[in-house]
Design a binder for this molecule. Structure first.
Ligand code: AMP
Ligand code: MG
Length: 424
């Protein structure tokens, strides 16, 4: 007799998977290779920034008290006793009515307590001496970038679980991280099941299709920060599929199979999980597409994802159940997707017995977000995935929706993330 599967709500399914979340280990990579990786340890300032009082301008360093009487009618003259560029420290100490010509970034010389911009001064020669005059009084401390004004030594500059962006690399460089502690990527194996599958480079054959899920899931793993491992394809044969899954386990942190999780005669994944002694967390989720999405866990906590073979269902299954686990592995603080409200631009007349995730694209119309389905809303559709940047999330138990209705959208490209699963 065919097994009757009991659907569980999406939120519950997400929670079940997260009981098996793991954190990745640390590995050190050269700074130049760190872009896009996840920081594994807090990044600390190894010195104050600025590390010394410095000049923010090209100008002259001098003593503010010597400028007290300055005015347009009564310019005050200073002897220029040195000339320093960035990176050079003057050996001289400034005395009364002396100045040092200073460039942006140079350390403020001893005795000086103010900098005046070059544009506000006049330079000239007098008695063979280099001179400068100014026409306004200055306040002690003006135009000096103070030591530690940006940050102090010991401060946490980047928290672990942050992604390395170009801006982050500048911080890493500033604080001497020639090698960067990042999270070792989870290795995620992908096995494609289906006798109908051709390789991308194969010519079309009657009754067969090219394997599009592999490239898609491979890219999804990469995008999320995992290391995909293509473990090839298997035809719909129990022994072959079982051997492929079993052989994969020692090579991966998690395993994804695509296809073979429905209740068809050639859907062998449920029996494979049983033979492996894996605990099936769920084998039916109250969602469309992807209701057959199955997740099982081995006794060592290794997750086995049985994603639907239907491309749209496969995509959704990954975004909901795999991506947050990869993010969590990478120590990301907020691994769950962000939701927003948007106005539906077209009627969506289908009823929704289960929570429905409709591939869609988001637009700003004035200050209002609007959302448009990207094409054929069938779980077998490949083309509508490419143009989508969000899912419209229609709650289960609702009838159709009309243009103008406010709907909830899940932003799967949004890097921010939420601390928990937040739909209602
Ligand atoms: P299954 O989940 O194995 O029942 O497959 C459901 C549907 O998805 C079938 O029409 C399959 O041909 C199709 N399918 C399965 N695997 C893939 C794949 N790797 N790429 C594209 N379509 C697939
Ligand atoms: Mg199949």
């Amino acid at each position: 007799m065919m097994e009757r599967r009991q659907p569980i709500p999406v939120e519950e399914a997400v929670k079940k998977v997260h009981q098996f979340q793991k954190h990745g280990q640390v590995e050190w990579v050269p700074l130049k290779n760190s872009l896009g990786r996840w920081i594994a340890e807090d990044i600390l300032a190894d010195h104050d920034v600025p590390a010394f009082d410095r000049s923010p301008y090209d100008g002259f360093a001098l003593r503010a008290e010597d400028t007290k009487e300055a005015s347009s009618e009564h310019p005050i003259e200073f002897e220029v006793i040195d000339h320093i560029g960035a990176g050079i420290v003057s050996a001289k100490t400034i005395g009364p009515f002396q100045a040092i010509r200073i460039m942006t970034g140079a350390k403020i010389p001893k005795g000086a307590n103010v900098v005046i911009m070059l544009e506000l001064t006049k330079t000239f020669e007098k008695d063979g001496k280099s001179m400068m005059s100014l026409k306004r009084p200055l306040k002690k401390g003006d135009n000096i970038s103070r030591q530690g004004e940006e940050t102090l030594k010991g401060n946490v500059m980047i928290k672990k679980g942050s992604k390395v962006t170009p801006g982050v690399t500048a911080i890493l460089a500033t604080f001497g991280y020639a090698v960067v502690p990042v999270v070792k990527k989870p290795v995620i194996g992908i096995i494609s099941t289906g006798t109908e599958l051709l390789q991308v480079s194969d010519a079309m054959v009657d009754g067969k299709i090219r394997n599009s899920n592999l490239s898609m899931v491979y890219a999804q793993v990469l995008e999320a920060g995992g290391e995909p491992l293509d473990l090839g394809g298997v035809s719909d044969d129990f022994d072959q599929s079982y051997e492929a899954v079993k052989a994969a386990l020692s090579k991966v942190d998690m395993l994804i199979t695509t296809g073979g999780v429905s209740v068809g005669d050639f859907d062998f994944l449920p029996a494979i999980y049983e033979k492996l002694g894996a605990e099936v967390l769920f084998n039916k989720v109250a969602m469309r597409p992807g209701s057959v999405t199955t997740v099982a866990a081995l006794s060592n906590g290794q997750l086995l994802y049985g994603l639907s073979g239907n491309p749209a269902a496969c995509f959704v299954g990954f975004e909901l159940f795999v991506k947050p686990i990869i993010y969590k592995w990478c120590l990301k603080e907020n691994p769950f997707p962000v939701f927003a409200e948007a106005k539906l631009t077209h009627d969506f007349p289908k009823a929704n017995p289960f929570t429905r995730f409709v591939r869609a694209s988001l637009d700003f119309a004035g200050s209002q977000l609007s959302v448009t389905p990207t094409g054929l809303d069938k779980s077998s559709a490949v083309t509508s995935i490419a143009h989508a940047d969000c899912f419209i999330v229609l709650p289960g138990g609702t009838r159709g929706f009309s243009a103008g209705d406010q709907v909830s959208v899940l932003l799967f490209h949004h890097e921010g993330g939420a601390p928990c699963w937040m739909t209602n």
